[in-house]
Design a protein around this ligand. Sequence first.
Ligand code: GDP
Ligand code: MG
Length: 598
Amino acid sequence: MIQTNIRNFCIIAHIDHGKSTLADRLLEYTGALSAREMTEQVLDSMDLERERGITIKAQAVRLEYQAKNGQKYVLNLIDTPGHVDFTYEVSRSLAACDGALLVVDATQGVEAQTIANLYLALDHNLDIIPVINKVDLPSAEPERVQNELHEIIGLDPDECIMASAKTGLGTEEILEAIVQRIKPPQGDARLPLRALIFDSLFDSYRGAIAYVRLVEGKIAIGQRIRMMATGKEFEVTELGTFRPAMCPAKELIAGEVGFVIAAMKNVRDVEVGDTITGVENAALLPLPGYRPVQPMVYCGLYPVDNAEYNDLRDALEKLKLNDASLIFEPENSTALGFGFRCGFLGLLHMEIIQERLEREYGMNLIATAPSVVYKVFLTNGTVLELSNPAELPAANHLDHLEEPYVKATIILPSEFVGTIMELCQDKRGIFKNMEYLTETRVMLTYELPLSEILLDFFDKLKSRSRGYASLDYEYLGHRPSELVKLDILLNEKPVDALSAIVHRDKSYQRGRQLAEKLKEIIPRQLFEVPIQATIGNKVIARETIKAMRKDVLAKCYGGDISRKRKLLEKQKEGKKRMKQLGTVEVPQEAFLAVLKIE
Ligand code: GDP
Ligand code: MG
């Protein structure tokens, strides 16, 4: 296919604005799939994605389109993840494109991720086609949204395409716009090979599969290739395009999008953002923008039953085959035994991995509260990176601590500005900017500690704005902070898995609340259990779980056997998630209690 008839594009949108549905319409219209095959959204292929209605892994599809000018075009649609945890993956997908459809829900308008993704797209010099979606809904206000796009981003209202991904309205107009308004790929096929890896997938038969955009040069079967960041070398065994199933080809040339298979054993051989070049006639410089994976959130994962430790390791290793951003290493907790400290891109990524371990691998897990990575400066000049609060050295060895900050962009109706500013203030936010996007919509910019966002920021943001505020954030860097370690003692014994690092100004309050919450969560035992919260050697809060008075079963008089069985089963069910800490039985919830306090 000649370059002038190729278009590489993606769809960017705030979550739920209709990106996946629109992708399906484009596939259907171009015959990449028949309507009958389209029983479900194709691009969201993982079960979990479909259930949660989000797109996690970027995917690519090649569409063939006969334009009104009579010419045939190849349109490569690269799907991007729709969640703030995956910003880097989004940026790599965008780097593989020359244009973007900017989808905005006509009933909602511009949201935080619309803006964040649009800025990313503009950074990559993409041609933007605004699409106002869901115009079929009675509550649609396409003119208002058109206006917003004009006022906020300066988009010409005439450029907006009115669409309904549900009914198919606007589909043809969008395809024509892709051909006419997005530039064809520019790269020279005679230059040395440079291909951008924008995603990867693990196949148990073929190993890791790289999803690539050829920027310059060509790649062919049998060619020896080198990954420029890792220096690893392989021989290409298979390559081709996505239609959407993998369709083999002999070579790919500059401008094309496709897959490369080269006996690569796992996805870490094909890092997203890395550049593939030839071993012979190698390019001098990699493509810009490569960044090694950097987990932002950590938690401890422990099997409820210590005998399942090896199973958990195997399951994590399997998941890691397909997920280069998952990191884990063995960890030992006095309270929980042997487990793993796992690193994730963000909270959603963490939840997804936990859920997959439980569903797909039948694991029964105790997860500790998520933590950010702290930089610990010791008095002897050493700097440690710390992702497990329990491991913070004693105060007399500490010079100071640093914690990660993010730049948060919040878009909300103006009536909620007061309450949301209060929330940001309360979360140690530093006010940066307030801008009226339109008469009724405001964009707030704050710098916030990432740890505060992990706690419950998003939930609070949503509840205080009745669901109308949207959030996007990006990592800014580590900054010094007055942090202390809060420890919890159960029955006079410290429980390492319950330790937390908190800001000094909030430490007393947190300690009290945590002790109260634990009292609620931990069931009565046969004996009295004191709960203490301490900072250093100082007890700052104390609660007591009273001893159990009588056997629960005593209530049943031995008469109603089915009721008795039900109770026993219920107890057993409850037990599954209980961890024996010394003589005290503690439910899973307790380890997440710090997330639940006000
Ligand atoms: P994504 O998160 O951007 O991928 O959004 P989805 O494509 O999953 O769509 C979110 C929800 O909006 C789904 O329930 C879709 O069925 C619905 N939806 C998408 N496009 C339209 C549309 O044009 N009209 C209507 N009425 N609903 C739509
Ligand atoms: Mg989607």
